[in-house]
Design a protein around this ligand. Structure first.
Ligand code: GLN
Length: 511
């Protein structure tokens, strides 16, 4: 195969890619070249990649081909992926979307790989590069990146969501078959919804946080973003598992999420008896756009036709999730980000006059406005006079929110609703930070409770922008969530719709 740019390898599912590599229809080098050509031709419209590791990718692809030739390649060996630029990659710069780590004069180059990155390498996956994100994962639009906004492939005047917006835009435009993301308050699910992808935030503790740059440690969790639930299941199989280097990672036996996709009693009614709870507080929310609501309701009918039972439920704490999250996450962030002091690594200001000046200017020049805002809020909430009134109180509300979810799970198997109140907005239109925070209304609850949650594409609004259905499950129910999404995707083709950028043909001029 020589005509890489004209082939349709980027439309293959992960399973098809694995089969094609196993049967030698194409090599990993050919597949990797194909993706690198698409990135070179199309990413200038999107700005989804911060770093493209072309040479390294081709070397890894060659190694994967050799391993396959020698008969010891795994199922995913030789398939490319992109990593959110929050995961430490040995020898490759890791920026977290910040000048603090990504200053062009002195970028941070980690001396080790994050566990997630290492597991992907061990599985033979090929690293295409590192993708853009809101600075330190704080944001819902990707506009907060030091490297500039990423554009939504469905409409390049619009945001792809955030903070894993680079992962979402890259996968949606077929510039990577799948990508890693992280989700502290919705950063996998919200960009997945805005870009028409499937993305799952696993239960807190399911995936190791070692080497993942910390934002709010008791919320942060990594997960896969891909076109389908099946593709997500393949990547989650690689990412999940206990890691002694992360004391919050759980020592549970590994699960095979791909095998679980199709484990059902009745193939005609794969969701038979599944009780899906619909929180009144989500569906009656004044923030919910009517077009989004209509798509969600259609998708629920589809699930019902496959045997699910829809049950109206209450989540009485739903109104408190934003204020609780936006107090606790900045509190943790203010502590985590204190390590960036201009001394050990990261950005250091020029010609400091003394140590205080070094700290102050390095942090003022190295961090963007939103990160500084959150450090200030978090420091305030943790300060001696306000700790009990704000931080401790928010921790108590967090517990009530978790109990509210657990009460719901005594009535239903999963909870369903919209992932986001609206579809993707226009770039730089939301100037008020609180308005942006409110867009996390339906996603932060799962993080506060540590529960797994998935976003599944279920329609397009009148502006031709994707709508995401969110399913929240009980602890360790990733397999069940992926399986429900998979059965939905067996009957519908929303996950197969491609955005205009992905459909552009690569000509000799733009490759
Ligand atoms: N938008 C949320 C925030 O800004 C969530 C971000 C995330 O999940 N990393 O905190």
């Amino acid at each position: 195969m020589t005509d890489h740019y004209s082939s349709d390898l980027h439309q293959f599912s992960v399973r098809q890619l694995g089969e094609g590599l196993a049967t030698k229809q194409f090599s990993s080098v050919e597949l990797t070249q194909h993706y690198l050509q698409r990135i070179a031709a199309l990413d200038p419209q999107l700005n989804s990649y911060v770093t493209v590791t072309g040479e390294l990718a081709l070397a890894q692809a060659q190694a994967a081909d050799q391993a396959r030739g020698a008969g010891h390649a795994g199922a995913l060996s030789g398939i490319p992926l992109a990593h959110k630029d929050i995961f430490c990659t040995q020898g490759i710069k890791t920026t977290a979307g910040s000048r603090m780590l990504g200053d062009p004069k002195n970028p941070f180059i980690a001396p080790y790989n994050a566990t997630v990155v290492q597991k992907c390498l061990d599985a033979g996956l090929v690293t295409l590069g590192k993708v853009n994100m809101d600075e330190f994962a704080m944001g819902s639009t990707n506009e907060k990146s030091f490297f500039g906004a990423t554009k939504n492939p469905w409409d390049t005047n619009r945001v792809p969501g955030g903070s894993s917006g680079g992962s979402a835009a890259a996968v949606a435009a077929d510039l990577a078959p799948f990508a890693t993301g992280t989700d502290t308050g919705g950063s996998i699910r919200q960009p997945a919804a805005f870009c028409g992808l499937t993305g799952i935030k696993p239960t807190y503790g399911r995936v190791s946080r070692f080497g993942m740059i910390a934002y709010a440690s008791s919320f942060d969790q990594a997960g896969p973003m891909a076109r389908s639930a099946e593709d997500c299941a393949y990547l989650l199989n690689v990412m999940a598992g206990h890691d002694a280097k992360d004391s919050t990672s759980v020592d549970l036996p590994a699960e095979d999420y791909v095998a679980q996709l199709t484990q059902v009693d009745d193939l005609n009614q794969p969701l038979k008896g599944l009780r899906i709870g619909l929180p009144k507080q989500y569906f009656d929310s004044p923030a919910l756009d009517p077009e989004v609501k209509a798509c969600i309701e259609d998708s629920l009918k589809q699930l019902e036709s496959q045997g699910a039972i829809l049950v109206s439920i209450d989540l009485n704490t739903a109104d408190y999730v934003i204020s609780t999250y936006y107090l606790l996450a900045p509190a943790e962030a203010s502590s985590n980000l204190s390590r960036y002091d201009g001394v050990r690594y990261g950005y250091r200001c020029e010609n400091p006059t003394d140590l205080t000046d070094l700290y102050q200017r390095s942090r003022s020049e190295g961090f963007g406005d939103e990160v500084q805002r959150r450090i200030l809020i978090g420091t305030y909430a943790l300060s001696a006079g306000y700790y009990d009134a704000y931080y401790v109180k928010a921790q108590k509300v967090r517990r009530l929110i978790q109990q509210d979810f657990l009460k719901a799970f005594s009535q239903v198997d999963v909870i369903a609703g919209p992932t986001t109140p609206e579809t993707a907005g226009i770039i730089s239109i939301k100037l008020d930070p609180v308005l942006e925070y409110l867009s996390d209304l339906f996603t932060v609850g799962a993080n506060l409770a540590g529960l797994p949650a998935i976003s599944v594409p279920v329609g397009l609004d009148e502006k031709n922008l994707p709508v995401g259905l969110q399913l929240i499950g009980n602890y360790w129910s990733e397999g069940q969530l992926l399986s429900i999404a998979h059965h939905y995707q067996q009957q519908t083709n929303w996950h197969l719709q491609r955005p205009p950028v992905a459909k552009q043909s690569l000509t000799q001029e733009n490759v």
